[in-house]
Design a protein around this ligand. Sequence first.
Ligand code: ZN
Length: 404
Amino acid sequence: MRAVLQPAWIIDGTGSPALTDHAVSLVDGRIDAVIPIQQLDAREDDRVIDLPGTTLIPGLINNHVHLVLPGDNTPFVPWIDTQSDAALALRAVHNAETSLQSGVTTVRDCGGRGSTVIDLREAQTNGIANGARVISCGWPLTITGGHTRHFGGEVDGEDALRTMVRKVVGLGADYVKVMAAGGGTPGSLPQYPSFTAAELRVIVETAHDLGRMVAAHCIATASIENAIQAGVDLIEHASFFGPDLIPQFDARVAEKLARASIPVTPTLQVNRDLVDLLPEGPERALWERRQQAQREIVSALRDLGVPLLAGSDAGWRATAFDTFWKELDELVECGFSAVAAIHAATGAVSRALRSDERYGTIRPGQIADLVAVEGQVEASIKYLREVRGVIQAGNIVSSDFLAG
Ligand SMILES: [Zn+2]
């Protein structure tokens, strides 16, 4: 049987402007066609779903999350050491489900402890867990004393790095994540690079030999340069931190980044959620400075043509799993149109992850991951708060519009 969705607008996730007067047909969990309304040959057994006043977009892809973390401003340390692997896995299930209800049909997890996130992905594959489709790195590789060492990925030296890449891939990692600088873990130093460029190169070569991409967490400006030199496939954050722990744009490094054309996921929402949450005071003032500086950097990277992807860092600090619209709103603050922000959270991500033949856009043959949003999203990204229905692989996950 064919399902025919008739929204007022369609944003297909390729970056093209919204379509009007078109319907989208679904067959067997896939998109069958995008059809001009006049050419729609209604069949008797069609299931027609009218979506007046709504915009249909591809299922969103949150390109940077930590499913095992709470995202409610609980300090990572010591909390993480009080949690069993089972507790982390159960939380990951909950966070994947929460993501899906909010219109996020796929998440790229950027690190949990041990195999907890890989186990969730396998449970989904086996049909015993629901939620946003999970892409997992397992755990991140980090230097001794480095960021998120509590996840179990402390490793130094080229031989040990090779072994650990092989181990995490052997346990089922879809890609390899490396902490190329410190971060928010107490004791780690975000303003300095962690691995050397040569060490990163070993990680990249070993991962590529096993058909896996490498994503590098880069806060310090020097870590961005190391990651470019090593040939990583994706850069997380690109915060351009100088020694004073404030983002500071570096035109030379930014131009290198643009030449290398490595997609960057700037995770702007972390700043915004903390600014919104913290009471007036020095800590909030620091995050406001970071927010302003990072918006300026992202808008400069955009002008240079660096591919930018939407990922919120949900789970980390105070960033929740059902507010991904804020990351897209931050991209709009950096000069993106609403359509470009949707592209950065759909088609651009699936292309960067080499999954664009499977999902990420509204095109014939794609897995039917779709979200119906109240209002004309092209006019304002803030309509994304009003998700009215979610379809994942052709299954209706939630909807108001089918009631009655
Ligand atoms: Zn992260």
